[in-house]
Design a protein around this ligand. Structure first.
Ligand code: HEM
Length: 334
């Protein structure tokens, strides 16, 4: 009898829980948000999402739910946008409303709304203008900054020389450098430019950028996203968008070359994101990479110790981004 009572009791509890969950799911409190996987009260989709490998979890959800879906991080809905078209529609066509920055655990306390990357509203505008002019005054895009990077690139070459005295001598004998690479060279070097773009695309160092939030209630592709909802722009899915890149999973500089071998822009190239919150350091980062790479390659051949085919160049996924896998490289003077 006691057993029967316990059984009835647990059946009753299960039924109540089941109906509560159903009721809770139907509640329209989140407006008409994009579809989400089945979620549990309070936990949301936390059990279905691997926080250590968020990108892979989002990838799988995208396959199931398409380019616009919602995941619940606990009770908080997070709208995820995938593929170039959806990301562009939000960041470029609706720049103002998708230009807010989401609250970030830890960052808000540390930065107290003073960080350019984490602040919003008037303070963000002031910080962004200030940083932009600081970078400009510092000489980004101008000769002075270019020269500084050129010097740094030379220090790098010097540093490489110092580690290998023999290479020093060989460099002095073999290298016939007449001048340093400069930014004006880039447009005359379409293949190098394409390789650098492809490195950015393939390395995909910041797969979800920094989360945004919508600054007011907004209609997006038939859904209603309430003000202050966090939005993740899944940049990887633009960088690997099969409509824009013929071989998205392969390292292939031809993604940025036309049939004449000239450089061709690709609008889905968004490693620095787009719109109002586009990376402030984009020009600086691209200038550095061009000058470093050309200076090193002007002076050295890069040799791998293993067969190149054996090296896994697929970037490693970390909780905050992707990093190149380590492998041994010898730097040989040309
Ligand atoms: C390969 C190098 C880099 C990559 C791939 C990269 C990528 C990104 C991405 C994806 C974002 C988020 C944009 C968004 O919210 O939509 C971002 C933001 C930002 N980046 Fe970069 N970044 C790089 C280098 C740099 C450098 C060198 C600087 C500094 C000079 C910099 C400064 C910033 C700042 C200040 C923001 C926040 C902008 C804002 O919220 O208004 N980044 N970056």
């Amino acid at each position: 009898m006691a057993l029967f009572g316990a059984w009835t009791f647990s059946l009753l509890i299960s039924c109540i829980t089941f109906f509560l969950v159903l009721r809770w799911r139907r509640k329209p409190k989140d407006g008409n948000l994009p579809p989400s996987p089945f979620r549990l009260p309070w936990l949301g989709n936390l059990l279905q999402v691997d926080i250590q490998n968020l990108f892979m979890s989002l990838y799988r959800l995208q396959e199931q739910y398409g380019p616009v879906f919602t995941v619940y991080m606990g009770p908080q809905p997070v709208v995820v946008l995938c593929g170039y078209e959806a990301i562009k529609e939000a960041l470029v066509d609706n720049a103002e409303v998708f230009g807010g920055r989401a609250r970030m655990l830890g960052m808000d306390d540390t930065m107290q709304n003073y960080g350019i990357g984490s602040s919003n509203g008037e303070r963000w505008k002031e910080l962004r203008n200030f940083c932009q002019s600081a970078l400009r005054n510092f000489g980004v895009g101008k000769r002075s900054m270019e020269e500084r990077i050129q010097e740094e690139a030379e220090f790098l070459v010097e540093a490489l020389r110092k580690t290998e005295a023999k290479i020093h001598e060989e460099i002095d004998q073999v290298i016939g450098r007449n001048r340093r690479p400069c930014m004006d060279d880039r447009k005359k070097m379409p293949y190098t430019d394409a390789v650098i773009h492809e490195i950015h695309r393939y390395a995909d160092v910041s797969p979800i950028g920094i989360p945004h939030l919508v600054t007011r209630d907004t209609q997006f592709r038939g859904y209603t996203i309430p003000k202050d909802t966090t939005v993740i722009l899944f940049l990887t899915t633009a960088l690997e968008d099969p409509c824009y890149f013929e071989t998205p999973k392969k390292f292939n500089p031809a993604h940025f070359l036309d049939k004449n071998g000239d450089f061709r822009k690709n609008e889905a190239f968004l490693p620095f994101s787009a719109g109002k919150r586009v990376c402030l350091g984009e020009n600086l980062a691209r200038m550095e990479i061009f000058l470093f790479l050309t200076t090193v390659l002007q002076n050295f051949n890069l040799r791998t110790l293993q067969d190149r085919e054996e090296i896994d160049i697929l970037p490693e996924v970390h909780s905050s981004g992707k990093l190149p896998q380590p492998y041994q490289l010898s730097v040989v003077p040309r």
